[in-house]
Design a protein around this ligand. Structure first.
Ligand code: ZN
Length: 333
């Protein structure tokens, strides 16, 4: 497939996205020091960083939503010849209590039920208390009948494969994995942009369950688990999976945008820059400086002109980029 580069335009310079604070019964009322935010009546569990309803907070498209911009300008955001729609959903997860045990469908099952894509996800622990753990998959040998019995008898937790979580850990959770986030860690979640969650078990809480769909979506064995980082000379690759790549990019003083992408990425790949700590300053010719605050995020469209990332001190920069499915070879006749 020819890899044309999109026409660069300051209209598509990097822009900030306003986080959306989403109420969840298992969340926190006070998100400080991560965000200067105190919840009202309902606790906040998720901070959506790149949701379709998130507002664009700087640049030529400020005030519109991210979803609208992906509809209006897919090629400028993602480059030519890629599927339409925003590919990735990034969230911060603040779990004060256990999240439900759940399963997401893979692409094939999602499409069977009219959704554009399934959901493979991963968690990157920005912080973890001693004893923090998550469930990622099932214990070896657990059968579908045992899962079904565990749901009905309230003993499903005994079948879950629990993983201890420490700061810096990356846990990959591919579609079809039975999983649950438990309290004790602050997570950056990267996932395919899908809203499809089948809740399998909720510890007796009165929320709706989707037992049959969750069982249909379940794969007894998956690739879920902790992923060791790959340390390269100019970055650390935290995860390189089918749908996304997550990297920690060291910035000593400043760094040119041309050095952010890896050689195998499509020309002008979409990416997101997330400041896990500290702040990042982006500046380039023809657009005002963009400051990414701590736990803030900027989108770097495919059509963005070149820019410089500056580290005023204390920046921990995480770059998340979509991985596109390889084009299928033409059938031979
Ligand atoms: Zn999930």
């Amino acid at each position: 497939m020819p890899s044309e580069s999109p026409i660069l335009s300051t209209e598509f310079a990097p822009f900030l996205i306003e986080p959306r604070f989403v109420a969840r019964i298992w969340g926190y009322r006070d998100l400080r020091p991560w965000y200067d935010f105190l919840a009202g009546d309902e606790p906040i569990g998720e901070v959506w960083l790149t949701g379709d309803d998130c507002r664009i907070a700087s640049g030529a498209h400020a005030g519109g939503t991210l979803g609208q911009l992906f509809e209006q300008a897919p090629a400028e955001l993602m480059g030519p010849a890629v599927p339409s729609g925003s590919p990735l959903l990034l969230k911060m997860i603040f779990a004060k209590e256990k999240l439900s045990v759940q399963v997401h469908p893979d692409d094939a099952m999602a499409q069977k039920y009219g959704q554009p894509r399934g959901k493979t996800e991963c968690w990157y622990a920005l912080a973890a208390e001693p004893g923090a753990e998550v469930a990622a998959g099932l214990k070896p040998g657990v059968t579908m009948d045992e899962i079904r019995a565990g749901i009905h008898n309230g003993t499903l937790e005994e079948s879950l494969r629990m993983l201890p979580v420490e700061q810096g850990d990356v846990v990959f959770v591919d579609a079809g994995t039975v999983h649950a986030i438990w309290p004790g860690s602050i997570l950056l979640e990267t996932q395919q942009n899908s809203d499809t969650t089948y809740r399998m078990y909720d510890y007796g809480r009165p929320r709706e369950l989707h037992i049959e769909k969750s069982l249909e979506a379940t794969h007894l064995t998956t690739h879920a688990g902790k992923i060791p980082p790959q340390v390269l000379s100019d970055r650390t690759v935290l995860l390189d999976a089918d749908y996304f790549r997550i990297e920690r990019i060291p910035v000593t003083g400043s760094r040119a945008s041309a050095t952010l992408a890896q050689a195998d990425e499509p020309v002008g790949n979409l990416s997101y820059l997330f400041a896990a700590s500290g702040a990042a300053l982006l500046s380039g010719e023809g657009f005002g400086p963009v400051e990414i605050p701590a736990r803030g995020i900027a989108a770097v469209p495919a059509a963005s002109p070149a820019f410089t990332v500056e580290n005023p001190g204390g920046l921990d920069l995480i770059r998340i980029s979509p991985r596109w499915p390889k084009p299928k070879p033409e059938p031979t006749r």
